[in-house]
Design a protein around this ligand. Structure first.
Ligand code: NAD
Length: 506
């Protein structure tokens, strides 16, 4: 059985805790590997290695740091297929979906390659006589990332390229369910010239996370995962004096107004609701159908579902893969089971899809209609191929349904009315909004993050917020006395020892 270990000091490091977890093949339901789970001393070794490398890396000229990222970008592009295969093998997502994940990872690496222009400081000359001020952003030192199973390559790439380009050393704790992509990424960074220790990977579970949260040498934590854990990470990291950004779960709504193009809205709902088997934090989970659009829209979505090709990541044309574990599949199916008791109608039951009886953790696409606002299917994150439809009469009712959820990651509206779309964009309580775009994931030059229970912390990930998160401000106030009159031939000035900027005022 393959054994998956850690990456410390620029090489693979076997586990030594004696604790392991099973890595499943979601397409067969069989165990395919075993991953080591770090205890505190492995985390300490990784943080110590990063600590030793951090100062030298921070002193490495910015251009030399971004050169490593340029080389990494080329290696990532050259190994795109191999990395996508590693992702599919452990996660179960389809080949096209895994390839899309790597494309997004590349987008983030490319943003970090341009850090020389993003990391500009500010300079104010002459704030007082002979006094100038400049503001710079300095790296934090050792920072850590804790990532979820659903994007084992992309989410680490939301964090690592920017953190490294800003001059930090990084410790990654990936999901124990699909740990191999992290090791391939670490090895590509080594090949790109990243000095040993600047990136370390510790495989693990709650025990490794708790040690990172309390470790005195870890300055900042980026977390992406479910809301309850995100809340805990934020509170515990902050209590230990760390900077924390903790992104949580989601329940994204797509409002469809009566004037929308029904076929286009149905296509969007199907791809955003069932793509990646619904295991995306930006999946559409609830369609809010306004007025007379409901009947034709539900009809159009339902008729598309039998056509979804369900299969393995290596299965060529497959459009939807299995879920991550048997327990998760059963939990997702429980929402379909409970729907009638909560007043909803099971329009399409994915439990009876032919694929659901295959070995592996498969479940077909389910469609719940007439879902009641406030029911479990409306408010809880399902994270599977179950799309709920809530029917309302007016735009205002739709807004009330959207804003009643405890999450605020993404929200979308489908309409031809620019005025209503604008009103929606301004009013909706979500961090990422789509207008006739179902999954409005920002490109790398903008930042990604939700509101309410979808994010704890002040700064979103990647883009401009990522740079702010992985650096801290420093303002330097300098006074250089006027040259001595005998050397410069100038009259001497009186010394002004007041606050810079007081300009001689009393
Ligand atoms: P998860 O919360 O179970 O795990 C995330 C990470 O936390 C993993 O590395 C895991 O090992 C660790 N972890 C798990 N339990 C822990 C505990 N008790 N204490 C400390 N650490 C713990 O999430 P998941 O199941 O891997 O991923 C799915 C979730 O992630 C969904 O809720 C999804 O919405 C969310 N997600 C959010 C975003 C976003 O950008 N907001 C992106 C991707 C995924």
């Amino acid at each position: 059985m393959e054994r998956i270990g850690h990456w410390i000091d620029g090489r693979l490091a076997p586990g030594r805790s004696g604790r392991t977890a099973s890595v499943w093949d979601p397409t067969t339901g069989q165990q395919q590997a075993e991953v080591d789970l770090a205890d505190a001393d492995v985390v300490d070794a990784a943080v110590a290695s990063a600590g030793q490398a951090a100062a030298g890396w921070a002193d490495t000229p910015l251009g030399a740091r971004t050169s490593v990222l340029f080389a990494f970008r080329e290696l990532l592009a050259a190994n795109r297929k191999a990395l996508a295969e590693v992702v599919s093998r452990e996660h179960g997502k389809t080949a096209a979906d895994a390839d899309g994940e790597i494309a997004r990872a590349l987008d983030n690496v490319e943003f970090a390659c341009g850090l020389t222009s993003h990391l500009e400081g500010r300079y104010t000359e002459g704030v007082s006589r002979g006094i100038d001020v400049h503001a710079v952003r300095a790296p934090l030192g050792v920072v850590a990332g804790i990532t979820p199973f659903n994007f084992p390559a992309m989410v680490p790439m939301w964090m690592i390229p920017t953190a490294l380009a800003c001059g930090n050393a990084f410790v990654l704790k990936p999901s124990e369910r699909d740990p191999s992509a992290s090791l391939l990424l670490a090895d590509l960074l080594r090949q790109a010239g990243l000095p040993d220790g600047v990136l370390n990977v510790v495989q693990g579970d709650r025990i490794a996370v708790e040690r990172l949260l309390e470790h005195p040498d870890v300055q900042a934590i980026s977390f992406v995962g479910s809301t309850e854990i995100a809340r805990h990470i934020y509170a515990t990291g902050a209590a230990h004096g760390k900077r924390v950004q903790a992104l949580g779960g989601a329940k994204n709504h797509m409002v469809v107004l009566p004037d929308a193009d029904v076929a286009a809205a149905a296509d969007a709902a199907v791809s955003a609701g069932y793509g990646s088997a619904g295991e995306r934090c930006m999946s559409v989970s609830v369609v809010v159908a306004v007025g007379e659009v409901a009947e034709p829209l539900v009809e159009a979505i339902a008729e598309r579902l039998p056509g979804i090709e369900i299969g393995t990541g290596t299965g060529g044309a497959a459009e939807m893969g299995p879920l991550i574990t048997a327990a998760h599949r059963d939990r997702v199916a429980s929402y379909v089971e409970d729907a009638p008791g909560e007043g909803a109608q099971v329009r399409v039951d994915g439990r009876s899809a032919p694929a659901a009886s295959r070995p592996g953790f498969y479940l077909g696409a389910s469609l719940l209609d007439h879902v009641r606002p406030g029911s479990r299917a409306h408010t809880e994150e399902i994270f599977g191929p179950v799309l709920s439809v809530v029917r309302v009469d007016t735009y205002d009712e739709a807004m009330a349904v959207v804003d009643a959820t405890p999450y605020g990651n993404g929200a979308a509206i489908f309409t031809r009315d620019g005025g209503l779309a604008r009103r929606f964009s301004r009013a909706v309580q979500a961090g990422m909004v789509g207008v006739n775009v179902p999954i409005p994931v920002p490109v790398a030059s903008h930042s990604f993050g939700g509101w309410k229970g979808s994010l704890f912390g002040d700064l979103h990930v990647y883009g401009p917020d990522g740079i702010r998160f992985y650096t801290r401000g420093k303002v330097v106030t300098s006074r250089w006395p006027e040259p001595r009159p005998e050397t410069a031939g100038l009259p001497a000035h009186e010394l002004d020892l007041g606050f810079p900027g007081s300009g001689g005022r009393a």
